[in-house]
Design a protein around this ligand. Structure first.
Ligand code: MEV
Length: 442
């Protein structure tokens, strides 16, 4: 069989240059151009580049994303300028607009509802469930004691293992059980801490079955796996805004504050009852959430997975935000599970994540939960406000105009002319292209 040039063994052993060379030669039409393009994104400082390279494997270059800020966020009486890493036009502008709107109406408020994180050891055992439950207090004591070496420094910081429960799943799958550990991980996201504890639990559990006189001659237990759960419905923050309906102000096309409040509430209700709308609605919330999560070096995949599971907790995927009009007050809030950290992981290793946290005046994990949830709420407010007033495209495409101009390689004079022209025109790729073609002919 002829050798497939697109496969390789020992790729990871090649130098960075060697890796790029192999890639450009086998996958690109202009290898030299692509090679220098990829290398142009290497950091000029070798030490810094090494730090970035070590975050992952087979790294060949850096992938730049815009690092922006949204100022004017008043959260629990403090003013923040919030770092956001996002590639989508109008997200930062929308967050800033939401922040500005609420700045004049008392700002955002937050409440940490709880900070419990979870992990599981899944195991099988073919003995009598009642017996296992009877001896579980002994097992739990052993598990916690044998974890002391791992938990001691977390305990000193005010955290550690909160509890371990035995979950009997044998009615769904024969012989299947779970140890459900709950943890307080203070200012760290805690993934490594929790997983290390869980692996120790599984060792201790197996040791219990092997050595306890009450379990000799019994069926053999088997550990299936030990891993944290990214679903943390008890690590949750509420962000909210509230003001008299009459203070909401005036909206485009002469829409009154009362009409706006009613329409806004209806828009949120639609997202509560219709999963199709809820998905887009929550995506808008995550536009803001992810941008801050990434900027602060946290794990956006974990945050997304958790948020979407939480949105399904009633059995149907639904809105993460809610709105109420009560006694002349407009109330809008978001409850969101957010397992984030401000120490450990990338937070202190990534040079820009470190600066993001500094920009936020070094928040603890609870404060960061408040900040992130607030940005989600501001984002959602701004998106829904646009949707029910002017429509989203007007602002969105105006922001996107610059991208289209860049794509069409407009020069400075063409850019200025296009921006002026499209101030009152509908922006689309074809409209901008036609406009530039005409301009270039004149
Ligand atoms: C676009 O990225 C986000 C929105 O679709 C959110 C929403 O519809 O609420 C504008």
């Amino acid at each position: 069989m002829p050798k497939d040039l697109k496969t390789i063994s020992g790729f990871s052993k090649l130098s960075k240059r060697g890796k790029i060379k192999w890639i450009v030669q086998n996958f690109f039409k202009e290898p030299d151009t692509v090679m220098s393009e990829l290398m142009s994104y290497w950091h000029s400082n070798e030490e810094q580049q090494k730090i970035l390279d070590n975050f992952s494997e087979n790294t060949i270059s850096n992938f730049p994303m815009p690092f922006g800020v949204a100022p004017n966020f008043i959260i629990d009486g403090r003013t923040y300028c919030i770092p956001m890493v996002i590639e989508e036009s109008s997200v930062v502008a929308a967050a800033s607009a939401g922040a500005k709107f609420w700045m004049d109406r008392g700002g955002f408020r937050t409440e940490i509802l709880s900070t419990k994180k979870l992990g599981q050891v899944h195991f099988t055992w073919g003995g009598d469930a009642a017996k296992l439950k009877y001896y579980f207090e002994d097992i739990k004591k052993k598990l916690i004691t044998e974890c002391f070496a791992i938990t001691s420094s977390m305990v000193k910081r005010g955290g550690g293992i909160l509890d371990i429960e035995l979950i009997d799943l044998t009615d769904q799958e024969s012989n299947l059980y779970q140890l459900l550990g709950s943890f307080e991980t203070c200012d760290s996201m805690g993934a490594n801490f929790i997983n290390t504890c869980l692996e120790q639990f599984s060792t201790s559990l197996m040791n219990f079955f092997d050595t306890s006189p009450h379990f000799q001659g019994e069926a053999k237990a088997e550990i299936i796996m030990s891993i944290l759960s990214n679903y943390t419905p008890e690590c949750i923050v509420r962000a909210y805004v509230e003001c008299p309906i009459s203070s909401l102000g005036k909206f485009p096309n002469g829409m009154s504050a009362e009409a706006f409040a009613l329409k806004f509430k209806q828009a949120i209700r639609i997202a509560e009852i219709d999963p199709y709308r809820a998905t887009t609605h929550n995506k808008g919330i995550f536009n803001g959430i992810d941008a801050v999560v990434i900027a602060t070096g946290n794990d956006f995949r974990a945050i997304e997975a958790c948020g979407h599971t939480y949105a399904t907790r009633s059995g149907q995927y639904s809105s993460l935000s809610h709105c109420k009009l009560e006694n002349g007050q407009f109330k809008f809030w978001l409850d969101l599970p957010l397992a984030v950290g401000t120490v450990g992981g990338l937070t202190s290793l990534h040079p820009i994540a470190k600066r993001s946290l500094e920009l936020l005046e070094d928040p603890n994990a609870k404060e960061l939960m408040s900040i992130i949830a607030t940005v989600g709420l501001a984002q959602n407010f701004a998106a829904v406000r646009s949707l029910i007033t002017t429509g989203i495209q007007q602002g969105h495409m105006k922001m996107h105009l610059q991208n289209i101009l860049n794509q069409l390689k407009a020069n400075k004079a063409e850019e200025l002319a296009a921006i002026e022209h499209f101030a009152d025109e509908i922006v689309s790729f074809s409209a901008v292209r036609a406009y530039l073609e005409k301009l270039r002919l004149d």
